[in-house]
Design a protein. Structure first.
Lengths: 406, 406, 406
């Protein structure tokens, strides 16, 4: 129980990680906008999870596909330090479970935030993020964690997604893909058939972001043990760290070989790729297994980023590759590297992650499509050129900044 | 006990939060000075709390109003894992309690630091901060937490201030008000009856600061349970997060409506306002209660900041509004939103918070006034124009910074 | 056990602290390089510790001087929540111990990274760091913590180095000294017998780094209790914080007196000096003892930095003074301030720390010397002038950064 609230605090810090990573990898004229969106997402995410999400996510009774929750009540009503839903008892109080799950909920919208950065209209994104986090995320999540149809897949063995490679990361990644397809690339990104890189404004901010995400992931994965069972928490910390580090080494090696230079952005993406890859299976693989999962994730993410750029899917922070593609990899790895012989199959895992990804994609195409057809989802070309900070907020990120560059 | 030291670590990180928030919201020519003050405050705060503060704060025996402590000795002398003062036994060791309380002590001076930024003379502030944190804070704190007169208020029901909306935040806020009144506004802030905004230099730094403060507040409030009782820690995490998020949403809505733009600074202040508001009552309100407390705090803080600017109280970071005004609101909310029927009254709460605020204000007027009359409290106009970094420290914040803005 | 994994997370964040501290104290044209090195070090550090380091560090059986380990296997094989090596049982699982120790391992290489910054050739440093962290660190560490000859020193009383003033910090500091001697100073640092300061590019980054290191040290020292024994964890938190704060105050006072200005860099180094000084003895000194240890460390570090600059040992971040010199001081302080009467002697302590320092120095001279004689260890003068970010990575730290300095 104590571990659960500490893990919630660690997952909370992931939101600062996302905010700084996304801000660092984008231009300084859009920094206030990025930061504002991340503040809004954590705020609306936690509030909406209390008002509707938690009781949608873990419904007392539903048909396996769809439920709508209500405002949380007195979650300590069970008394003592146990709490249960769906017939499963947990060694924690209801509030402890709520706050941990609430920190997860906002993550999906944050993943989208990075992909649509530097050209999305603020109001439209806020509406979309609210519906994604308040409605779509808990409904889809309930399929797996709330006693829904995914939990019963594969002949009772269920569908393995330990901490959310599918229901958090692939969910967010495929929602991001849908939004980017509707939104189109940033102006000047693809000119005359050529890819023109639009660089970020602060690699220290981006690096701070990835380290904070790495830190927070110890809570994300470690807390998903849902108890402080020492056997599993230590294992999960170890596999999580090894996969992240292996991902970094693989991305460094691949980028050095193919791009001729050891690329810091790719090293950072490699860490995240390894983390997303291990999220589904951190409690069932060996240390060597986690290293291999991380290495493969680190290779995948580099080529995936290059691929999406080639097909003109403009994702400023690589969110689709990191969360979507590596999320799928993590889910499949459950079947390949499981040392507990639980009988997870590639087919069962694939069905699960594709169902989640398709749900996120279709929801996003519909909702973001309606917004596009009505109030619009993209700022004007003039505002995009000037920057969203002035256009949307009337504020700059560095107004009184006067470095004395000698 | 374990939770207490972890909470102490979380509260520690609030000091980095204050440092980055204050640095971000001020001009880059004063950044070294801001950072230096925050390093000094945590250093002198913890040392002075060991030398005199702890045993002043929790005196073995005193008259209810005033005591002077001594250097802490062997706080493990009780043995085992319990510790007691004022007849109350705690499930922690003396050192555990000391380090948690020591992290709180420096907070009051940090609040003042932001309000007097960009024009206060360093040496004078260091003397003032030392006296505030080493003497005034523990004496006033002993009224409530040390078995003093405030604890006996309201017919034995005491005065409710769970984690310090009054004895930490309102205390710091009213000390800040006194200092700003003595110090006067920054040059160029109020010209010809008009308010000229003096902007900060880095919104990413400010945002990092607020996220770290939010994170640290889980320790500030959660640790104030003074045990890892699962029933309360989970509840306190939940109410703390909900109030912060509601505060952000309210400030966003109010600033969007009245200032026509969704303002990032106001969103950040809304988070802090909600956190200060919930600090007094996090363990006695319902989730819905905490949302309402946060929403109201988020509204209050915007109008309070505008109000103080109108009456020419120049507070660069909004500390008086966030900590002072919302501190009062949090104390009053104890009487309004208590679901435990403990009988706290608006009158009793108001007496308590005004007593604490008045003590901080009067102490500050006297001590800072004496400093003004003797060695001076304000740098020269030339130094203020050039920046305190060069004037006080002979250092710049960004000396070899050469961004390649394409 | 729970505390151990949380402490591991705190130690992890020290690596972000090192990354931001080193980046802040160096020029913006070398920032990507600094960040990349720190990402690489944590990645290779944890992976190599799994592949070879852990079982070298804690060998089942060796001659007291040298052992080579193998890949970690199923560290939960013991079952339950205990784990043992060298005949000592711990209240944690094998994975819990592994991840905590792995976070330590990378620290030694990170210390070197700062000292050789702004002119070291990336590939050579990566090879050196891999050998240092994968081979030298665990072999030397095994002398003390793995049941080797240092543990048996001083007539069975062993050699006291609680959390690693010698085996982590002095080890890293002396390795750094060897590397800097082989590498030579940065171009333009010592011209015509005069010392020309080469300033950093961001004091906020440096300050963030030191606060994160301070935070992480609670895990570094607190976790080294190797259990959540409340008596010791509370004491260790208290002595750690007091030493850090005393170090800051001493450095502020000394720099103000001798350099005429209160220097932020020195205040930050004072915090680190106090932390290194208390690392060897945090569990055996009194609060007053820890304050004195910190004060002396804060004085030492200022004069040590000035001394090394005088003899033209160019260490951009002061790593040799902070970790090497103050590491020695911390080891000696075990004999001077022990309140448990364990009989540690100055001579015994000195033998231990000199043995560790000499091993690190000799290993580094040989390995880094071979690299110098073969592939070279220093970038070309042209690359050094242009910056390593462009030269080694083809990336800039702040490419699209356009502050509007009014």
């Amino acid at each position: 129980m104590l571990w659960t609230v500490i893990a919630a605090a660690l997952v909370f810090i992931m939101h600062l990680g996302f905010a700084t990573l996304e801000a660092g990898l984008t231009q300084s004229k859009n920094t206030v906008n990025i930061l504002f969106k991340n503040v809004f997402i954590i705020a609306i995410g936690i509030i909406s999870y209390a008002v509707i999400g938690f009781n949608t996510h873990y419904p007392g009774d539903f048909n396996g596909w769809f439920s709508i929750g209500s405002m949380i009540g007195d979650l300590n009503a069970d008394g003592g330090d146990t709490f249960g839903y769906g017939g499963v008892g947990l060694a924690m109080t209801g509030y402890g479970d709520f706050i941990f799950q609430a920190m997860f909920a906002a993550t999906a919208a944050t993943i989208v935030s990075g992909a649509v950065a530097e050209r999305v209209k603020l109001g439209s994104f806020m509406i979309f993020a609210t519906l994604l986090v308040g409605l779509a995320y808990p409904v889809v999540g309930s399929w797996h964690w709330g006693g829904g149809w995914l939990g019963g897949l594969n002949g009772g063995n269920g569908f393995k997604d330990f901490a959310g490679s599918a229901v958090v990361h692939a969910f967010g990644g495929f929602a991001a893909l849908a939004c980017v397809m509707l939104l189109g690339p940033r102006a000047g990104k693809y000119v005359d058939g050529k890819i023109r890189p639009i660089l970020g404004h602060s690699m220290p901010l981006a690096t701070i972001g990835v380290f904070l995400l790495f830190l927070g992931w110890f809570g994300f994965n470690g807390g998903s043990v849902l108890s402080a069972d020492p056997t599993y928490v230590g294992l999960v910390f170890t596999t999580t760290a090894l996969a992240a580090c292996a991902g970094a080494l693989a991305s460094i090696f691949v980028s050095w070989t193919f791009l001729k230079k050891p690329d810091l952005s790719m090293a950072l993406n490699g860490i995240l790729a390894g983390l997303v890859g291990i999220t589904a299976n951190a409690d069932i693989v060996s240390p060597m297994g986690s290293i291999i999962i991380g290495l493969i994730a680190g290779v995948i993410v580099v080529f995936s980023i290059i691929f999406f750029d080639k097909i003109k899917i403009d994702d400023p922070v690589g969110a689709i590759s990191v969360h979507g593609v590596c999320g799928i990899w993590g889910i499949l790895a459950c079947a390949l590297f499981d040392v507990t012989d639980s009988g997870f199959t590639l087919v069962g895992q694939l069905i699960g992650v594709l169902a989640v990804g398709a749900a996120a994609f279709i929801f996003s195409i519909i909702v973001f499509g309606i917004l596009k057809a009505t109030i619009g989802i993209r700022v004007s070309p003039e505002e995009e050129a000037e920057g969203l900070d002035i256009g949307e907020h009337g504020q700059e990120a560095y107004p009184d900044f006067a470095p004395s560059s000698r």
